[in-house]
Design a protein around this ligand. Structure first.
Ligand SMILES: *Cc1c(COP(=O)(O)O)cnc(C)c1O
Length: 390
């Protein structure tokens, strides 16, 4: 039976297995470090929780199915997942990446992985042809789409054809759209990354990360890496993600609906210079996103007329917190230049359009009218009052 994704989010647990859990509808948290063996040469399938734990295995099965992969591995954070992923590469390997990636990923690549002899070229996939940057030692292409925070959209299928022609791995960080709206493996990617901290968990209450693949050889290598480096997700956090996923569909729909309302307001606001959201008709990513995804998501960025106004908004919204992170039920406003992208060299950051006038918003599931009123209140209170609250 081929289930719709809304149903899959709730009913992936298989019936046979549920018998050994007394029919519990919520998957149990196996808070154990180790497992007793019946005799030499026999195992329950579990030996030690660094290698595998039943609750972690369950969340991995769910994520693998949502992304149409053959295997998913759960890590203690998105960065732990990407760090483990990079163990697939060795000294002298070269990777082409998008220039507009999550700041922590750029920090990992340019400070830690580079130290280990891995080379990177960061390019703008909307402007440059990746083929021009392929070298003899190039092993992979690493992208996010839409990008963070400029919401640029990359054609996954097109890039996957180039990757296949040159025998490169295509890695896609799918955090922003989640498996509810986009499945990069279906579009030719070999590996999908998720920060489970974001939409999958959905409640701003835990960190998690995932690697999903549809290739046996990669899955085998990653299984060896996770048991060796020891950054697997804990049983309780695995359970929190399982619980989060139960409402993934309804959260994604509501927050996207809200995002459209906020975009409409921001576009009508004279002090807002530009709004970046792939759901805007005629925008760079609109057509590609419509073709390769089932939605546009609920992440947006906007540029206001001055840095003072940007800072004023962050101080004077009453409802929307000024906080890092995204993908939770609560809306959040982020200031990329001092938060997520503070460690990206200034020149590179500004070349990407991430100036001190740009704010990023993760739209949650509040009433859209309250969110619009909060933003409007903060913006209106700026004019003529030089930052003083009225
Ligand atoms: C947050 C984020 C990460 C890192 O994940 P953590 O769970 O914070 O370690 C990676 N990629 C993207 C796109 C993210 O938003």
């Amino acid at each position: 039976m081929s289930l719709k994704i809304d149903t899959k989010c709730l009913h992936i647990q298989n019936k046979e297995e549920s018998d050994c859990h007394y029919g519990a509808i919520s998957y149990p948290i196996y808070q154990t470090a180790t497992y007793a063996h019946p005799e030499v040469g026999k195992s329950t399938g579990f030996d030690y929780s660094r290698l595998q734990n039943p609750t972690r295995q369950q969340v991995e099965k769910v994520i693998a199915q949502l992304e149409n992969g053959i295997d998913a591995l759960a890590f203690s954070s998105g960065m732990a997942a990407i760090t483990a992923l990079m163990e697939l590469f060795k000294y002298g390997d070269h990777i082409i990446t998008d220039a507009d990636l999550y700041g922590g990923t750029i920090r990992l690549f340019d400070n830690i992985n580079v130290k280990n002899g891995i080379e990177f070229t960061h390019i703008d996939f909307t402007k440059s042809e990746p083929e021009n940057f392929i070298r003899e030692n190039t092993k992979a292409i690493y992208i996010e789409t839409p990008t963070n925070p400029m919401m640029r959209v990359t054609d996954i299928e097109k890039v996957s054809k180039i990757a296949k022609e040159h025998n490169l791995l295509l890695i896609v960080d799918n955090t922003f759209l989640s498996p509810y709206f986009q499945n990069p493996l279906n579009l030719g990617a070999d590996i999908v990354i998720h920060s489970g901290t974001k939409f999958l968990g959905g409640h701003n209450d835990t960190l998690a990360g995932f690697i999903v693949t549809n290739r046996e050889d990669i899955s085998e290598k990653l299984r060896f890496i996770i048991k060796t480096v020891g950054s697997g997700l804990s049983p309780f956090d695995s359970w929190l993600i399982l619980r989060g996923i139960k409402t993934l569909a309804i959260r994604m729909e509501k927050s996207q609906e809200n995002a459209f309302e906020i975009v409409k307001y921001l576009q009508s606001e004279p002090k807002v210079r530009k709004v970046y959201y792939p759901g805007i008709e005629g925008s760079q990513g609109y057509e590609i996103c419509r073709r390769q995804a089932r939605g546009f998501g609920s992440m947006l960025s906007f540029e206001v007329e001055s840095a003072e106004l940007a800072k004023h908004i962050l101080k004077y919204t009453k409802l929307i917190p000024f906080a890092e992170s995204l993908g939770g039920v609560e809306s959040l406003l982020t200031y990329p230049c001092t938060q997520t992208h503070a460690d990206v060299p200034e020149e590179e950051r500004i070349a990407n359009g991430i100036t001190d006038c740009v704010l990023r918003m993760s739209v949650g599931i509040e009433a859209a009218s309250d969110l619009v009123a909060d933003l409007k209140y903060a913006i209106d209170s700026y004019d003529g009052y030089k930052g003083r609250y009225i």
